[in-house]
Design a protein around this ligand. Structure first.
Ligand code: SF4
Length: 303
């Protein structure tokens, strides 16, 4: 079993941040498409890192070491599948220690699950924001309720909207992840349309795309083998992306990033509404090019 002090996953944008592990594993660990904290050995799906909140003293030791190693650090990422699941008092102590030790930090971030955000009061979230928590990375994955249920995501569109609005009203930025292709062929259109509704309702700080890659040993891999779930071709993924983006209203000022190796385009924007028409034109051009017909599904072994 991999110890909680080892961070298995972090956002690409945090590559140059100080990484402080707060929890091991994921407090939920039930999403059908995810195998981040599991792996398959001898046809068995086994846990490789269990959910565990690290001892405060151990976290303090890491903060003390890294603040001496990189005193000029400007960003700190609190590691773990859903670090916001940690009790507020403990998170507050961690943030205070970071504030005390690192004098140049401008961004402290962590992954957060919708359910964990909803379980914190506004007062708690404001306390964390005052102590330096500046941005949460939230896997909404989709806004389509049927798909969210099928994927065992443990949240609904309504919950997503409430959680993101709550977080942002407390001054914490929201960076949303959406998985293109998550609905397979059957739910592609509904996935696109219902996810756009979430973006329109919350105007998040940032939204980012990932493309579905079925990880070896994940429950979804079994569904595909049994032909119950059909993976989209690269062109179908781009068509889904086009539909989703076309449904987002031009008043949306969010930053938009297509910044992951799993994606088929690398479009980025500082203000989606302003760049919407240009982005759609480029996508339309790509979808209709011959080049796309030659592309193969990426089949990454990790996300
Ligand atoms: S997708 Fe996120 S919330 Fe779901 S099991 Fe994986 S790490 Fe946990």
């Amino acid at each position: 079993m991999i110890p909680a002090s080892y961070i298995i996953i972090r956002p690409p944008v945090e590559a140059f941040s100080v990484l402080i592990p707060i929890t091991g594993g994921c407090s939920w660990n039930r999403c059908r498409f995810c195998n981040t904290y599991r792996n398959s050995f001898n046809n068995q799906n086994v846990l490789i890192q269990k959910y565990e909140i690290r001892e405060l003293e151990q976290i303090y030791i890491d903060i003390d070491i890294w603040s001496k190693e990189v005193p000029q650090a400007q960003s700190v990422f609190l590691g773990g599948g859903n670090a916001l699941s940690v009790p507020t008092a403990q998170l507050a102590s961690i943030l205070k220690r970071i504030k005390h030790n690192f004098h140049h930090v401008r961004r402290v971030s962590c992954y957060a699950k919708v359910l964990d955000i909803l379980q914190k009061s506004e007062e708690e979230l404001k306390t964390l924001q005052n102590l330096g928590l500046s941005i949460c990375y939230i896997g909404i994955e989709s806004g389509y309720n049927i798909l969210l249920k099928y994927m065992h995501k443990g949240q609904t569109q309504k919950m997503e909207i409430r959680a993101i609005q709550k977080l942002m009203s407390c001054g914490i930025k929201a960076s949303l992840y959406i998985i293109l292709g998550l609905g397979g062929r059957k739910w592609s259109k509904m996935h696109a349309k219902e996810t756009a509704k979430v973006i329109n309702a919350v105007n998040p700080t940032i939204f980012r795309f990932r493309t579905l890659n079925v990880l070896p040993g994940s429950p979804l891999e079994q569904e595909i083998k049994m032909k119950k779930f059909e993976i989209l071709t690269p062109r179908e993924v781009l068509e889904e992306e086009f539909l989703l983006l076309s449904k987002i209203e031009s008043k949306i000022t969010s930053q938009f990033r297509n910044d992951h190796i799993s994606n088929y385009t690398t479009t980025e924007s500082e203000n989606f509404g302003q760049d919407k028409e240009y982005i759609l034109q480029e996508l339309h051009f790509l979808i209709n090019s011959d080049e796309v017909s030659k592309w193969k599904h990426k089949n990454l072994k990790s996300m």
